[in-house]
Design a protein around this ligand. Sequence first.
Ligand code: NAP
Length: 253
Amino acid sequence: MRILLLGGTGEARALAARLHPGHEIVSSLAGRVPDPALPVGPVRIGSFGGADGLRQWLRDNDIDAVVDATHPFAATMTAHAAQVCDELDLPHLVLSRPAWDATDAVRVASDIEAAEFVAAQGFSRVFLTTGRSGVKPFTDSDAWFLIRVVTPPDPEVLPHHHEVLLSRGPYGYNDEYTLVRDNSIDVLVTKNSGGALTEAKLQAAKALGVTVVMIDRPPLPAGATAVATVDDAVAWVAAIEPHQSSEHSSSSG
Ligand code: NAP
């Protein structure tokens, strides 16, 4: 059985490490980030060419099952994978890490709503962590922005007053606290990405009395089977490959 593992996250790399080499996997990365952290095992890089391209790729590569461990906001990839697996009757799983507790945050449905809220409340020092594609709604704002991204945003979308901080997590509490304090941030705008690697900014914001605006996740495709942990994804793979799993355990035991 050959499994396509849609990746680009720490969870996807952790899952690849658990499945390879006992299971036949191919990890897929979008190829948007220069010098990406690579999972163990075979990797392909680049878009498939929409749902049609994915369908063809799954056929050409004799894929029997798909685990979608992309970022919780990678909604297009997730929708395509769910649709095509449904059409081809392939086992399909979404590995989606638990969301952050948004109880203390101002919840909004989109980056556009986040920008409207920031403008309406008159915030002046914004820590923006919504990724390079999340800058555009803030272009015309008069506030100052600390924009933390992995890859630089297009220059034409940058707001008038800003600093771009190129970096990649994980981030620790002390560094986040210092960054938020030293830049006199009054509002943090973030997606509800979940996960421990970038969570410290929330605790730092809380400690410093900084408002958090949190963008809700897009919903998962209707009817999709989803798990929240790498362990559960490993168990799902074992369950769809009972024969191969028992052969492995008996040959290794
Ligand atoms: P997206 O909007 O759902 O994806 C846009 C297109 O990029 C997809 O339709 C697909 O192109 C291609 N693509 C996305 N993930 C792919 C993968 N793993 N393998 C091959 N092609 C892929 O997602 P995105 O926000 O651009 O995210 C792209 C990648 O960055 C994902 O792997 C995601 O896990 C990672 N990432 C995203 C975020 C975020 O906040 N969105 C944060 C961190 C990491 P085709 O339709 O042409 O196949």
